[in-house]
Write a protein that binds this ligand. Structure first.
Ligand SMILES: N[C@@H](CCC(=O)N[C@@H](CS)C(=O)NCC(=O)O)C(=O)O
Length: 222
């Protein structure tokens, strides 16, 4: 399945067209998972991209053509393929100036991004466990132990690094999007207990381009 996601041109400046590659294609499964941070970056930047969603049936024949045998990967100008979700997200965040305003802010963005990755690893361990018999217990532990631990870390991080609801500094960055994405996957039942995290989610949902995207993106189980 392939969708061309047209940019909402009003939200981004003309100057990008002179420095940006002309064409982007993001290739991932039909889920949010490791692809969604990049889709959100395109959305916020107002940059069009082709959103290619590979089916489980088509995956074995595509796998050998991917940079590291995994998804997602990004195709730039129809030729250059970049693998690894974090490399892609960081590249796009730098290109779209969504990586913080100075080197220290960039480090803060990385700090929160890495916490979201750690939480994502715990989420995968529980929800994608191969052993079906063990799965309910792993999910229980995830909810009772991992969510409080990582939501607290994210909450404290936002309190320490952000302003006016944003995770780092006073503008939207990759950190906001990574936190938005992983908290959605982890489960939002207890988010009200974490006031900075909750305020951050609310802030991101109020961004026009994101609100529009959330209303139109495919609904997927992960
Ligand atoms: N470190 C890689 C991990 C990529 C990864 O494991 N992707 C999974 C989907 S989320 C995948 O491609 N699974 C299919 C396979 O390994 O054959 C990244 O962040 O991009």
């Amino acid at each position: 399945m392939e969708m061309i996601i047209e940019a909402d041109v009003d939200v981004w400046c003309d100057c990008l067209s002179t420095v940006m590659p002309k064409k982007y294609e993001l290739v991932y499964f039909d889920g949010r998972g490791r692809g969604e941070n990049s889709r959100l970056l395109f959305t916020v930047a107002g940059v069009s991209f082709t959103d290619t969603r590979v089916t489980v049936e088509d995956w074995p024949k595509l796998k050998p053509e991917t940079p590291q045998g995994t998804l997602p990967y990004l195709v730039i100008d129809g030729k250059l393929k970049l693998g690894q979700s974090l490399a892609i997200a960081r590249y796009l965040a730098r290109e779209f100036k969504l990586y913080g305003e100075d080197k220290l802010q960039m480090a803060f963005v990385d700090e929160l991004l890495e916490i979201s990755v750690d939480l994502g690893a715990q989420y995968e361990k529980a929800f994608f466990a191969q052993d079906e018999a063990q799965k309910p217990e792993l999910i229980r532990k995830f909810k009772e132990e991992q969510i409080p631990k990582y939501f607290r870390l994210l909450n404290e991080g936002i309190a320490a690094r952000g302003k006016n609801g944003f995770a780092v500094g006073s503008n939207l960055t990759l950190a906001d999007l990574a936190i938005y994405n992983i908290t959605e996957s982890s489960g939002l039942e207890s988010i009200g207990d974490y006031s900075f995290l909750k305020a951050n989610r609310d802030k991101i949902e109020q961004v026009d381009s994101i609100a529009k995207y959330l209303n139109t993106r495919p609904i997927t189980p992960f």
